[in-house]
Design a protein around this ligand. Structure first.
Ligand code: PMP
Length: 461
């Protein structure tokens, strides 16, 4: 399925001429000759216009949980398009796919989350959660409860509100962001700030940062705490044992709503249907996207627990919020079939019993590599944290250089990974086999060796 070279180059040029990419330095893109153009995928594998085969260690953007090439999802989409391609869910109307998906989801979610609102992206789901908690407190006669506590390194999306909820400084580098009344506390990121501590103690310290922020804002002004069970885009930051229990206790103590952003962790990624189950969290609100449809259709959802839903169900008046495509029938039908595939093929168990242990062992073997500082894994997510301090040739490199170099080399050798600060992160499709994990680890290992050899040479020092 190779595309002739001239046709591929023409496409690349058209892209450069007309397409604005997300999160991209376009001058750099042009200097590098334009984008790599992906043509098709099967399982964990992708192919580009030059016929190069890549192991997708990132499941696209943490989303293609059931892997590429699922023709059954195509068939479901086609059937739904032919039957009812669109109808809205405003104005006292509904349709089968959205009803069935709502019921299916509430059966999979942690207990107590019986109602679901739909949107199109993780960002919209988090915007919705923000509007919902403020609407909730207003309905209860406490409109001053507006403050949301979040964490540094968090990623909650790219709209003005979702970027404000996130805790990455680069996402705040636009005037007017963050919006007022969002407070960011330290992340439970031991490699950054808890290396010297017992993990149990670090859990206590990191949870205390949440409590201190609540006290500083005034508990009567705090509406909610939002957190990814495991921070994904922030670098696969797996919290120490006990952290989430403490944070949950703190939220209860001050009567603050707890929002779990399950956009990455949901749908099997951590070895349970939801990260909240892995960490035994009982959230008031759960936001989801990505694995909900495995990226085959844009769809996201917000599950709302009894407490927050009560005013919506019992009081007169309406929640003034919604999107043209809330509960889109084609997206809902595809999401439903995607959930059936995850269930039918036992993919959550596969992550729990096979992928998680194989990634932990395989990548764990690299922990002694000269360039590696720490390896973190949980289920089908992993981070290999490089340590530039380990080698004289890397100590003075600007932050991120080393990981970017390894990342680029991995691409050359057929593995898609992502560089986050000085680390590399992985979140492959959940269908990955142990042989494919071995291939992933082999490619990464040889790329680490190659970069270590380069930086050991004085010319690169
Ligand atoms: N929350 C988390 C945890 C995410 O990782 C992302 C996307 N990477 C989002 C929200 C935003 O999702 P979207 O890009 O679909 O708006």
């Amino acid at each position: 399925m190779n595309m002739p070279f001239a046709a591929s180059e023409a496409l690349r040029q058209q892209d450069l001429d007309h397409h604005l990419h997300p999160f991209t330095d376009h001058r750099q893109l042009a200097a590098e000759g334009g984008p790599r153009i992906i043509t098709h995928g099967e399982g964990v594998w992708l192919w580009d216009t030059q016929g190069r085969k890549l192991l997708d260690g990132m499941a696209g953007l943490w989303c293609v949980n059931v892997g590429y090439g699922r023709h059954e999802l195509g068939r479901v989409a086609q059937r739904q398009i032919n039957r009812l391609p669109y109808y809205n869910t405003f104005f006292q109307t509904s349709h089968e796919p959205v009803i069935e998906l709502s019921a299916k989801l509430t059966g999979l979610l942690p207990e107590g989350l019986e109602h679901v609102f739909f949107a199109n992206s993780g960002s919209e789901a988090n915007d919705t959660a923000l509007r919902l908690v403020r609407h909730y407190w207003q309905a209860l006669g406490q409109p001053e409860r507006r403050v949301i506590v979040s964490r540094r390194h968090a990623y909650h999306g790219s709209t003005i509100a979702a970027a404000s909820l996130g805790g990455m400084s680069s996402m705040h580098d636009i005037p007017g962001v963050p919006i007022p009344d969002v407070v960011h506390v330290g992340a439970p990121y031991a490699w950054e700030s808890g290396k010297a501590m017992e993990q149990e103690h670090f859990a206590e310290v990191a949870a205390r940062w949440v409590e201190e922020a609540i006290l500083a804002a005034g508990p009567e002004r705090v509406a909610a705490f939002i957190g990814e069970p495991v921070m994904g885009a922030g670098g696969v930051i797996v919290p120490p044992a006990g952290y989430w229990q403490r944070v949950q206790d703190i939220c209860r103590r001050y009567d603050i709503l707890l929002i779990c952003d399950e956009v990455v962790c949901g749908f099997g990624r951590t070895g349970n249907w939801f990260g909240a189950q892995t960490f035994d969290i009982r959230p008031d609100i759960v936001t989801m996207a990505k694995g909900l449809s495995s990226g085959y259709q844009p769809i996201s959802a917000v599950a709302v627990g009894e407490r927050v839903v009560a005013p919506l169900l019992e009081r007169p008046g309406r929640f003034p919020h919604g999107f043209t495509y809330s509960g889109h029938p084609v997206a809902a039908a595809v999401a439903l079939e995607n959930l059936n595939i995850i269930e039918r093929e036992g993919l959550v168990e596969h992550v729990h019993d096979t992928v998680g242990p194989a990634l932990a062992t395989g990548l764990g073997r690299l922990a002694d590599h000269a360039l590696v500082g720490e390896v973190r894994t949980l289920g089908a997510m992993a981070a290999v944290e490089l340590n530039p301090e380990n080698m004289p040739g890397t100590r003075d490199l600007p932050s991120g250089t080393l990981a970017t170099r390894v990342r680029n080399l991995c691409f050359e050798h057929g593995l898609v990974t992502r560089a986050v600060r000085d680390g590399l992160v992985f979140a492959p499709p959940l269908v990955i086999t142990t042989d494919e994990i071995a291939t992933l680890v082999d490619i990464l290992s040889s790329c680490l060796d190659e970069v270590a050899a380069q930086v050991a040479e004085p010319a690169h020092a």
